[in-house]
Design a protein around this ligand. Structure first.
Ligand SMILES: [Zn+2]
Length: 320
């Protein structure tokens, strides 16, 4: 169904050879329909901490009846419309956050590295546009090991480290799950290549630190257990003075769907009932504590406030 990354490169090269604008030469089924952002970064303050949201791109996911186990495609389309989004596909943006706090420059997940969807891979360009030198990133927090969150750590083809001088902090549960030699028996076909790449790369790197539980992992930032999406999935809680931000990662990945309908079980939630429980706990905490939340797949700039809305929740986003 999808044009693969390689097909995309070929068609772009072909377009170049023909002197065409690459965008025009891509098949209409593939071309990005979401308008590009005028500015792919936004900086805001949480107390003394400086937070910068970086747009990495978007996946316009074609509808698939398997995507939400307990909702139909019509239900999904209606939810997209209710959130003010086009119904023709599921909008899944990728937004990486950089936090500057306590003298550290902390990258929260690493983007797609241009290796997940042809319409994503802009994090580095937007980081530079935001005035952040990638060489100055000294800490990287990883929420979980899905490709859109870790492929930005490794170069395409060679797996060379993109941030060799940064300390990469991961949950020990997540690390052990993916590097267990028997994990292949517990994964569906689509995830086996991912586990193979992780097992090839991470054990060789010397700059990965595994942590247990919910410790402070960087100045003002704690891991928060939010399992289900993957076994060791973590949110990151930033606190500075009286201000807080819950960097929720994929706990409520597409808010139009699972913030509004927290009981919907997504195909990418490895343990969907556990993911639902983590989601409800986190969203209830946001309401009780009245603090800002951001999410890796929330509409850019990806931050907002949660409120109760009928049987579900609503996200009121801040404006870019
Ligand atoms: Zn994700």
């Amino acid at each position: 169904m999808f044009m693969s990354r390689r097909d995309f490169v070929v068609s772009t090269a072909l377009a170049g050879a023909l002197g065409l604008n690459a965008k025009l030469a891509i098949s209409p089924a593939f071309a990005q329909q979401t308008p590009d952002l005028a500015k792919g970064f936004l900086t805001y303050k949480i107390g003394d901490a400086e937070v910068t949201a970086l747009h990495d791109g978007i996946w316009e996911k074609p509808h698939d009846p398997a995507f939400i186990a307990n909702a139909s495609i019509d239900d999904v389309k209606a939810a997209m419309v209710k959130a003010g989004l086009p119904p023709d596909f599921v909008s899944i943006p990728f937004t990486v956050v950089v936090v500057k706090n306590g003298g550290r420059t902390i990258l929260c997940d690493s983007g797609t590295g241009g290796q997940v969807q042809p319409t994503a891979g802009r994090m580095m360009a937007n980081m530079k546009a935001a005035g952040i030198d990638p060489a100055k990133i000294d800490t990287i927090l990883i929420s979980h090991f899905h490709p859109d969150h870790i492929f930005g750590l490794m170069e395409k083809g060679t797996n060379a480290p993109v941030f060799p001088n940064a300390e990469i902090v991961v949950s020990d549960v997540e690390y052990k799950f993916w590097t267990d030699p028997s994990v292949f028996d517990r994964l569906n076909e689509a995830r086996k290549g991912l586990a193979k790449r992780i097992q090839t790369v991470f054990p060789v790197w010397k700059n990965i630190r595994q942590v247990s539980g919910e410790p402070e992992v960087a100045p003002g930032i704690r891991f928060v257990n939010a399992p289900g999406h993957t076994p060791g999935h973590r949110a990151f809680h930033l606190s500075s003075g009286a201000s807080q931000l819950m960097i929720s990662n994929d706990t409520a990945y597409v808010p139009a769907l699972v913030v509004a309908n927290p009981g919907w079980h997504g195909q990418y939630d490895q343990d969907a009932p556990l993911a639902e429980a983590s989601r409800r706990t986190l969203l209830d905490r946001m309401i009780a504590d009245k603090v800002l939340i951001c999410g890796y797949h929330f509409p850019f700039p990806g931050a907002g406030m949660i409120s109760k809305d009928g049987d579900g929740y609503a996200l009121t986003g801040i404006k870019a």
